[in-house]
Design a protein around this ligand. Sequence first.
Ligand code: UDP
Length: 368
Amino acid sequence: KKVLFVFGTRPEAIKMAPVIIAFKASSHFETKVCITAQHREMLDQVLNFFDIIPDYDLDLMQENQNLYNLTGRVLNALKTPLEDYKPHLVFVHGDTTTTMAASLAAFYAGSKVGHIEAGLRTFNKLAPFPEEMNRQITGRLADFHFAPTGISKANLRAENIDEDTIFVTGNSVIDALHTTVESLNKQAPKFTGPLLDSTKKNILITGHRRENLNGGLRRTCEVLKTIALNRTDVNLIYPVHLNPKVQKVVYEVLGGISNVFLIAPLSYPDFVWIMYNSYLIITDSGGVQEEAPGLGKPVLVTRETTERPEAVEAGTVLLVGTDPKKMMTAILNLLDDTNLYNKMSQAHNPYGDGKTAQRILKIIKERL
Ligand code: UDP
């Protein structure tokens, strides 16, 4: 049987990689990979690390792209690969515009759709930010739903998705994390330097979510600036997302401060290594909320809501939003209250055991 993996951004690539590797190693399937390259550079870094060479590169990223033209171009560009290759199953992942448009294209082509990381929900449409709608539309189109947890399965059941098509598999982010930590144990990454000063509490930061570009990111950066200026015992390390709107705010507020390291986005293994060696992580990223519990690192999430409540329940993730007072208190508590810090870092990781890819392979072998 023929399967096609379609994805377009860094987080999709990281989480698809273990599944692609498992399918390529299986003699049951012919496996091809198609990238839309909705985000280019950060995606290529991941493909290099996992040694994945796309069979189709649609190269769709454009300057000033918007949701209308991106959705249209993904749909159009997928027609030829789908009609030439005629996959029995198209795998999509998560909640991007590529995910939603590729599911629809696969449906038009008569291929089945397998949705990895299915069933996450905020139940908040938050227009015009597309993620929640992308998840829900993909949920309607998919034939196989690979839900990371029981909570995501319950979300799908509440939308009347047929129980027989939902499989709780864990999240393949843990598969990717385990492989990467293993490779780092064999060989540490080459970069070193002021980034990981072991005499300091290193705080790792990422922030790029569009819903935070309306002020949330600036408020976060202002709080971080106050922390940096008042606490000589911390270093802030911030790999800044390539979106120019993110870059502008971050460099404006946090540029030129001696214990703030604003750096380019890191390759996946470098980022994992920094997570592993950091004291605390502050982020609005989805994937990082799942990885950090796997590494025993407390996470403060600068969002009002999350589609990943499991780690909040487990106690490693705290939703702090972007209210400066709340954020400041949470950071200071974690810097100074050892009991709280230990409690958060020792909480259990709810996202699986790193065997998600093998589970998905087995399910598809039996049912496709
Ligand atoms: N990541 C990375 N380099 C960085 C920052 C993050 O490789 O400089 C990884 C991180 O480990 C996680 C993924 O990128 O697996 C998260 O991507 P992002 O925050 O862009 O998207 P989201 O998870 O919010 O969809």
